[in-house]
Design a protein around this ligand. Sequence first.
Ligand code: NAD
Length: 441
Amino acid sequence: MRIAMIGAGYVGLVSGACFSDFGHHVVCVDSDKAKVAALKGGELPIYEPGLAELVASNVRQGRLVFGHDLKSAVADAEVVFIAVGTPSRRGDGHADMSYVYAAAHEIACALTQFTVIVTKSTVPVGTSDEVERIIREANPAAEFAVVSNPEFLREGAAIRDFKHPDRIVIGCSDARARNIVTEVYRPLHLNAPPILHTDRRTAELTKYAANCFLATKIAFINEIADLAERVGANVQEVARGIGLDNRIGQKFLHAGPGFGGSCFPKDTLALIKTAQDNEAPLRIVETVMAVNDQRKRAMARKVAHAFGGNGNLRGKAIAVLGVTFKPNTDDMRDAPSIPLITALQDMGAAIRVFDPVGMSQAKKVLQDVTFCESAYDCAKGAHALVIVTEWEQFRALDLKELALIMASPVIVDLRNIYSPEEAARHGFHYCGVGRPRPLAY
Ligand code: NAD
């Protein structure tokens, strides 16, 4: 099948590469000329495990190409996926639909044959109707159908998620279009993922509801962590105790610094706005957002507490390990590290930073910090080590070595990757999330 992918970002590039790996012919189109030039030169604009190899192999086999000529890509395609960004609109928090609608307009003018247009971007309910209206108005003679097919992949595990999805949601009322989109995913049928055929509005709402539910789990366990700290319980064991119940499930129950990233913050806010506009407010999701926002400031206070809690960190150097919003991505969008670092700077701390992959993205958003070469370089001379993102390589640091090179032995482990007892054995004042202090301390 011939596919045009509009937008070659995290979703467009992964989806395009995976579809080409299924055997389809894919043109990934992006309006960012520098991005396209890099891709054509074999350079990936993002970090995603396994993606460079997948892209290179499909480019080599002639099934994946990149360009910025949307018109010719769409004219040749049987299926066009819209995978452009839907960030928060400045000022009101609704999803900014300008990129989707601009793409719809450009697509309309390029249609030459019956084409299925699929919204893969996360879009508010009713967007596919609007995309259809835009295309019909711009090109009344065009033969097309609009389908909603939201994407559920996670950055850091995107290829696996795309190739082994928990489900595929196809929202559509046109039988011909439904068959074509089902055919696009046919190579996955061997793995037998459930395919949910539904209408477009249901598909659009399903995506937001999924993200908001996952965000709710995170906010919930974070509040339980705060309570566990007060009452001397262990949140990790509580999470396991509840997560082993199949009705609850173990995922998204890791207490930490609060959710961030390119999706949860903007999607929770956008769904809240949609719900308010439709006079069906989502009080739970509103609270989840408020709880999560407060948590970022609370994490800075947690670090300050390690120094007596008076909020004055003047003269203290803090080493921050991990700044991307999660491991295995270089994505800094809405990363919890950003407000945490700003709050620590406001308290007077000098910040040192190391991230295994996110340094070049971090340099674009973090100001007045010292960027370091390694975790140990970062810790050298620091008065506290704050673990913000749980990269694999931070899980087995040599605590003995750290104790020797740091100015004072303090670890604030916002991902609970160290044992409090082990840290205490090495002389550290250790502070995790929702876990009792070691008895030795
Ligand atoms: P992104 O910002 O990484 O990529 C979007 C790309 O679209 C950019 O490269 C931009 O230059 C390009 N673009 C914008 N307008 C264009 C146009 N008219 N023609 C061609 N290219 C255009 O965004 P992303 O993270 O890939 O997210 C895309 C959508 O997928 C969003 O709606 C997001 O919510 C959703 N989503 C993202 C993830 C994720 O993990 N990142 C997961 C599931 C769904």
